[in-house]
Design a protein around this ligand. Structure first.
Ligand code: FAD
Length: 408
């Protein structure tokens, strides 16, 4: 019988691997005026730089997977180790101490697409993609939103029509993060337009390199292009790439969305990694540390960041105890976006016109990139208003919103 992997033996194994393959992170001490003053919420980089970064992330992920840390909780059949979630958390906290390539390119594929494949795909599709996703050989994206279907996802219009052992997909998706470097996508299509809107949908895994798939970048106002429009023109998808039963795609989509909220909420840590220290440096530099309005705004940011941190910890404890976190994840996301708005307000009060023209002054205009990224975070993964509806109805027990009448 194999020896049990205790947390202590796992810690030793993981520490040995990290020690041998990565360098300890030297916390970046930002001295005013030194180094890069870049602060943004989305990656703003050239396509060449992006591809180089993705390749580096893939190489690291393969090394990690081959050493047994790529899918710690996953089934052995697909290269996982079937260890408890506590081992996974331990690995994450140990890895965070080291300077390793970004895991961001895998966020959607591993956080949302892979769990849906595990829950709903055919055995052949699980064999074909799960190990490859976790080993970083391929990347997955989420093809849900359309020009006429975002918050009201069930209104989507991309069609899939059956043709023997295949389906033919036609339509358009939008805001697809990372489609430009993805190999597969989870797509929800309308397969029966005569059924009520939640009932005529089916999920599929689609090959992003198949003939008829066209990815067009969307440039965001901060300069980069992290999102795309994706067009499907007579794209053929084998029937064995279907997720779940025909016309049962809504429950497939819900599996993905539950994982999405958990991924976004759990990682938010209150202010998306912007520490009050950096904001204090700014007021000191501006000579306004005594300004009562700025002091009040800073105190507010600090208090709410801590409230958000404790709410997140509570949700994580619930997961640890085997319960499903529901509305907590909506609260976590809402706390993060509210805090980002507070930070934007503080920066606007502190910097004023310095935010609108780049005079070359270090640590001033650079903050405009962060401010321009905040609206995107407020919309991604469920808008603030939709999160408030969830909290209002499921936490506070308020009456449900009346359905909106279709406009003529
Ligand atoms: C950074 C980013 C990354 C994204 N990545 C992906 C991705 O990878 N894959 C993908 O499929 N999609 C992605 N999206 C799309 C995202 O899921 C949608 O933008 C989101 O669901 C909102 O849909 P919408 O843009 O169509 O806005 P709408 O749903 O049209 O909303 C417009 C406005 O109406 C409000 N509203 C809508 N319904 C209600 C209601 N019932 N009550 C009160 N107010 C309401 C909204 O809050 C919003 O202010 C991404 C979006 C962003 C910003």
């Amino acid at each position: 019988m194999a020896e049990a992997v205790t947390e202590a033996s796992f810690r030793e194994e993981a520490s040995d691997f990290l020690e041998a393959n990565a360098k300890l992170r030297v916390d970046e001490v930002i001295a005013w005026g030194e180094g890069s003053d870049k602060v943004g919420l989305f990656a703003e980089r050239s396509r060449e730089q992006e591809l180089a970064d993705v390749e580096e992330s893939k190489r690291w992920r393969q090394k990690v997977f081959d050493a047994g840390f790529g899918w710690i909780t996953g089934p052995r059949q697909y290269g996982g180790r079937e260890l408890p979630a506590g081992h996974e958390r331990l690995w994450q906290s140990l890895q965070a101490r080291y300077d390793t390539p970004s895991s961001a390119p895998f966020g959607i594929g591993l956080g949302m697409v892979a769990p849906t494949i595990l829950a709903h795909a055919t055995p052949d599709v699980k064999d074909a993609y799960l190990r490859a996703l976790y080993r970083g050989e391929i990347i997955g994206c989420q093809l849900f939103s359309e020009p006429g279907a975002g918050s009201d996802l069930a209104s989507l219009q991309t069609r899939a029509e059956r043709d023997g052992d295949e389906w033919i997909v036609n339509g358009q998706k939008v805001w697809t993060s990372g489609a430009q470097y993805s190999d597969i996508g989870e797509i929800i299509c309308r397969t029966d337009p005569n059924l009520p809107k939640h009932k005529g949908l089916t999920g599929f895994v689609v090959n992003m390199h198949a003939p008829g798939v066209e990815v067009r970048p969307l440039r965001q106002m901060t300069g980069g292009a992290s999102f795309n429009e994706v067009f499907f023109n007579d794209v053929r998808v084998p029937d064995d790439h279907r997720l779940g039963d025909v016309n049962q795609g809504w429950s497939v989509a819900l599996t993905t969305l539950m994982n999405e909220r958990a991924a976004i909420g759990g990682g938010s840590a209150g202010v998306a990694g912007i520490g009050p220290g950096r904001l204090m440096d700014l007021v000191n530099h501006l000579g306004r540390a005594g300004d009562p309005v700025l002091r009040q705004q800073l105190a507010d940011i600090w208090i709410h960041a801590n409230v958000a941190r404790y709410t997140n910890l509570r949700a994580m404890e619930k997961i640890k105890a085997g319960q499903l976190p529901g509305p907590e994840m909506s609260i976590a996301k809402l706390s993060m976006t509210n805090n980002l708005r507070r930070i934007s307000g503080f920066l606007t009060s502190a910097l004023g016109l310095r935010l609108t023209a780049d005079t070359g002054e270090w640590g001033t205009y650079a903050w405009s990139e962060l401010i321009l990224g905040v609206p995107g975070v407020r919309v991604a993964g469920g808008t603030d208003e939709v999160m408030k509806n969830i909290v209002g109805e499921r936490v506070l027990g308020l009456p449900k919103e009346p359905p909106v009448a279709a406009s003529g």
